[in-house]
Every structure is written in C-alpha cells, then in structure tokens.
Design a protein around this ligand. Structure first.
Ligand SMILES: NC(=O)c1ccc[n+]([C@@H]2O[C@H](COP(=O)([O-])OP(=O)(O)OC[C@H]3O[C@@H](n4cnc5c(N)ncnc54)[C@H](OP(=O)(O)O)[C@@H]3O)[C@@H](O)[C@H]2O)c1
Length: 221
C-alpha cells in the first residue's frame, strides 16, 4: 500500500509514519502544506530508522501531491482543519480511502473534554467533506503519539475502527494491525464515531492524573 499522511509532519503523523515504516513494507508518504517541510520531516524519519539499522525511503510532498500518491490517505491534521484539508486535496484523492484519527477536544484546568463538531463527530465531518465516492474510515483516535513515535516501546494496545464501507474498513483494519502490538477492533459504522472519539479525552485525563501512565492507551479484555 501507499500511505499518505497529510500533516504527517506533526505528532500523530510522525508516530504512524515511523511505525508503518518500521513494522511493514508499505510505502510511507509525508504530506505538509509546505513541500519543503514534508521533505525535511521525511528525512528525519529516515534518519531515525537508519539509527535502527533500517534503510527505508520516506517521501515528502505538499499535501495534494502526497494525497495523489496514496491509496490510503490519513488526515493527521488538527480537527478544526480536517474539512479544509479534505477540500484542498479533493481533486487529488482519486479512489483512495480517507482515514480520520482526529478528535474534537477542549482542554481547561480540569482536563480534556470531548467537544465534537455539530455534525456529531470529526469522522462524520470528514465524510461530509469528502467526495461522494471516497470512503471514510475513523481509526487511531485513542493512541498516544509519543508512544507510537518511540520505537523502543511495545504498543500492546487496541485501536477502534469505524466506517460505513466494509472494504475500506477492512483495508484500514489490516493496515493498523500491520503495526506490531496494535489490535484493530471494529466499532461499527460512522454513526458510532462519537463514542470512539470521546474515549481520547478520557485517556488523556487518566494519563495526566496517574503517575507513570503518560502514554497510556486502551486494551479491551
Ligand atoms: N497527538 C496525539 O497523540 C494524537 C493521538 C490520536 C489522534 N490525534 C489526532 O490527530 C490529529 C493531529 O494531531 P497532532 O497532535 O499530530 O497535531 P499537530 O502536531 O498539532 O499538527 C499536525 C499537522 O497538522 C498540520 N496543520 C497545522 N495547522 C494546519 C492547518 N491550519 N491546516 C492544515 N494543516 C495544518 C501541520 O502540518 P504542516 O504545517 O506541515 O502542514 C502539523 O504538523 C488531530 O486531529 C488529533 O486529534 C492526535
């Protein structure tokens, strides 16, 4: 597969890029609003992998070019920019599967609080913004980017997958499970995305209030 990470220069993008490049043979493409930034980060990721004895090529392009090269396109941008980002690459997506890891949250002195968009979830927002023939899948919402990016750490975590297109959902589930230590569980259609996305502020609050649990995640048993 060719996996394009739009905003792959940021935290979750870095974690997913490194894990896919480290654990799988999929082609990883970093996207950014600035081509130069994408290339610089892609080189950083390559250097990290070389330090672990792995000679992988990671490409870096401006978001639309990255999207054109991916058959799976991950929207690793802040939740309030997902719709703009989808619109900016809509002509380039082709038949790719669009993946949303984004969660709407507000953070105050008490902690992180779920703050979905009016349509109910960010995954739904992405589905509404995407061209009609582009399937949208929500995944990776409840993972800590730092834990993903630290390749010394075993994940041993679950991620939840939501989507209305069974084939697209299976594609993303398989991609997620390509990452060692990650199990992908089906959480149903996009209508269930609010329940999945709302787990993220809970995870962040648990991480904040419990010593040694900085990069905590979820495992269903
Ligand atoms: N961080 C986590 O632990 C985590 C875990 C699970 C899910 N998520 C979700 O993943 C998404 C990204 O999170 P993150 O922590 O990786 O965010 P981030 O590091 O703050 O931003 C990611 C990238 O988004 C791009 N970006 C910033 N402003 C933008 C704009 N106005 N329009 C388009 N792109 C913009 C930037 O890339 P360029 O400047 O290079 O374009 C940036 O590197 C969020 O929706 C978040 O809810 C995060």
């Amino acid at each position: 597969m060719q996996i394009a990470l739009l905003g792959g220069t940021g935290d979750i993008g870095e974690g997913l890029a490194l894990r896919w490049a480290y654990h799988t043979d999929h082609e990883v493409i970093v996207g950014s609003r600035e081509a130069e930034r994408a290339r610089t980060k892609a080189e950083e990721y390559e250097t990290e992998l070389v330090s672990r004895g792995l000679d992988r090529t990671i490409a870096g392009y401006e978001n639309a070019e990255a999207a054109a090269r991916g058959n799976v396109v991950v929207l690793s941008v802040p939740p309030w920019h997902v719709a703009d980002t989808v619109e900016s690459v809509a002509d380039s997506i082709g038949e790719a599967v669009l993946v949303s890891p984004a969660v709407g949250m507000k953070v105050d002195e008490d902690g992180a609080h779920y703050a979905p968009p009016d349509v109910g979830s960010v995954t739904r927002l992405v589905a509404d913004a995407a061209p009609d023939d582009v399937p949208v899948v929500g995944c990776f919402h409840n993972l800590a980017a730092d834990r993903l990016a630290n390749l010394d750490v075993e994940l041993d975590l679950d991620t939840l997958v939501v989507g209305d297109d069974p084939d697209a959902k299976e594609t993303v589930r398989a991609l997620a499970e390509g990452i060692e230590g990650l199990r992908a569980l089906d959480a149903g259609p996009i209508a269930n995305a609010p329940e999945v996305e709302s787990v993220t502020p809970l995870v962040i609050n648990v991480a904040r209030h419990n010593e040694g649990m900085h990069d905590v995640g979820v495992e269903f048993k």
